[in-house]
Design a protein around this ligand. Structure first.
Ligand code: COA
Length: 152
């Protein structure tokens, strides 16, 4: 992992940079208000060379964690930023009581699926027509997290 990468909580001041990455990465991007509404203890940004390289948003409901959004700026990929963000978010979800973490990924998103598989997630189902722009199925992935799992 690149030691220049710092992970910290997302704040309102990060919104413009997150929205810019979001628009560059996704066909149906979140708005600034969506980011703001979902900010919580598992909502993190990765900082490299003083700028936001990526972010992850997640939440806990009872003992279920959910990764809501995760993206790394194109020019920062392949350097361990996504791994670091996901590890830190999962660790926070575990501290907040999650025992299983779920997420959805577009059926056409081969990179996202390969990444999550590499990160220990397994495909457990499909939600038909879950996404718009374009209309598409979601694959549902899950990963159990042990209470004793050590922080990343
Ligand atoms: C998916 C994404 C977050 C990965 O971020 P990243 O910073 O490039 O990932 P990392 O460099 O931390 O890679 C972590 C692991 O995933 C693997 N991985 C990443 N991209 C991969 C790919 N395209 N194919 C196969 N494996 C891949 C890496 O080999 C690495 O494994 P290792 O640590 O054992 O070597 C990034 O490509 C991205 O933002 N994609 C667009 C948005 C997206 O698809 N988000 C997820 C679905 S919502």
């Amino acid at each position: 992992m690149d030691s220049r990468c710092l992970i910290r909580l997302a704040t309102a001041a990060d919104l413009p940079a997150m929205v810019a990455i979001e628009r560059a990465v996704f066909s149906d991007p979140w708005t600034a208000s969506a980011f703001q509404a979902l900010m919580g203890p598992s909502s993190l940004v990765a900082i490299m060379d003083g700028e936001i390289a990526g972010y992850v948003f997640a939440r806990v409901l009872a003992d279920e964690g959910e990764i809501l959004n995760l993206a790394v700026r194109a020019e920062r990929r392949g350097q361990g930023v996504g791994r670091r963000l996901l590890d830190c978010s999962v660790d926070q979800l575990r501290k907040d009581g999650a025992r299983t973490v779920y997420l959805e990924v577009r059926a056409s998103n081969d990179t996202g699926q390969a990444f999550y598989r590499r990160m220990g997630f397994e495909e457990i189902g499909r939600r038909r027509g879950y996404y718009d722009k374009p209309h598409e199925d979601a694959l549902v992935f899950a990963r159990r997290i042990a209470i004793s799992e050590r922080p990343a």
